[in-house]
Design a protein around this ligand. Structure first.
Ligand code: NI
Length: 275
């Protein structure tokens, strides 16, 4: 954390800045990020309320932008009126994309029930996930926005839907944890990936290999804070300045300078999001 960045600055492309984890020290967090060279932050919406809050934060702070969207684990609570809220929000100043949206088959309903009892709930939830994913992809296409994709244990279904939007909407597969081959599969469809603090973890060999081999035009950096703090902060609250540690790890893995990572990831982010 000593070397000073020359001119290029780092962009945290995925933070949940509106979460209550940051209520007591949000201004200090923005200051710490700035001091570490993390000069722009995208605050990601996960439902109608967090999306509204993200836009509000973006409009209050020059270094913050927002995306708006309903996360796949929020679809059982989502109402049609929430969609109308998103529709209004996408037209607001400082909105940079739609997300996070996608599929999550890890957090499915009915965990407390027997498999037979849970089955219909799970089936219904999956239908709702796809309904909201598609609805928000259409919204993004209509407004010429790109999307932030959340994908967990739902690789095939995510690609099946995204294939239909190829050429219309590009997505960033955020918090990428997969193999180089998987990365190339989504990149071949016009998408990007982004890396979190996971790449600093000891047991993250596969994604570290992806980070070494992938072309610099195809990835961005992020924290997903307050989750996934990189080493040496693992297990603690994550915050946007940690993006610098993700970028430093990438520089080490790829044997390039931190400046070079800052420059390439910022360039990719600037063309992907609407700044
Ligand atoms: Ni997130």
């Amino acid at each position: 954390m000593t070397a000073k960045l020359r001119s290029e600055m780092i962009i945290d492309t995925h933070a949940h800045l509106d979460y209550s984890d940051f209520d007591l020290d949000r201004l200090e967090i923005l200051k710490r990020a700035e001091e570490a060279g993390v000069t722009r932050i995208i605050s990601i919406g996960t439902n109608a309320v967090t999306s509204s809050n993200a836009v509000k934060l973006a409009q209050e702070h020059p270094s913050v932008w927002a995306t708006v969207g309903i996360h796949p684990t929020e679809v059982d609570e989502a109402l049609e009126s929430d969609y109308e809220i998103l529709r209004k929000l996408v037209g607001e100043r400082k909105v940079a994309g739609v997300g996070e949206i996608g599929f999550d088959y890890h957090h499915l309903p009915g965990k407390e029930l027997t498999p037979d009892e849970a089955a219909p709930l799970i089936a219904q939830n999956k239908v709702r996930q796809e309904y909201w994913f598609r609805k928000q992809l259409d919204l993004a296409a209509e407004h010429q926005f790109n999307v932030v994709i959340h994908q967990r244990e739902a690789w095939e279904d995510t690609l099946r839907v995204m294939r239909e939007y190829q050429g219309k909407v590009r997505g960033v597969y955020h918090c990428f944890g997969g193999s180089y081959e998987q990365a190339m599969e989504v990149i071949a469809m016009g998408n990007l990936i982004s890396f979190t603090g996971i790449i600093t973890f000891k047991n993250a060999k596969q994604v570290q290999e992806t980070a070494q081999r992938i072309s610099a035009d195809h990835f961005m950096v992020e924290t997903d804070c307050p989750y996934l703090a990189p080493v040496p902060h693992r297990g603690k609250r994550c915050e946007p300045f940690h993006t610098r540690l993700v970028a430093e790890k990438l520089a080490e893995l790829r044997s390039v300078s931190l400046d070079e990572i800052a420059r390439s990831t910022s360039k990719v982010a600037e063309s992907f999001f609407r700044f």
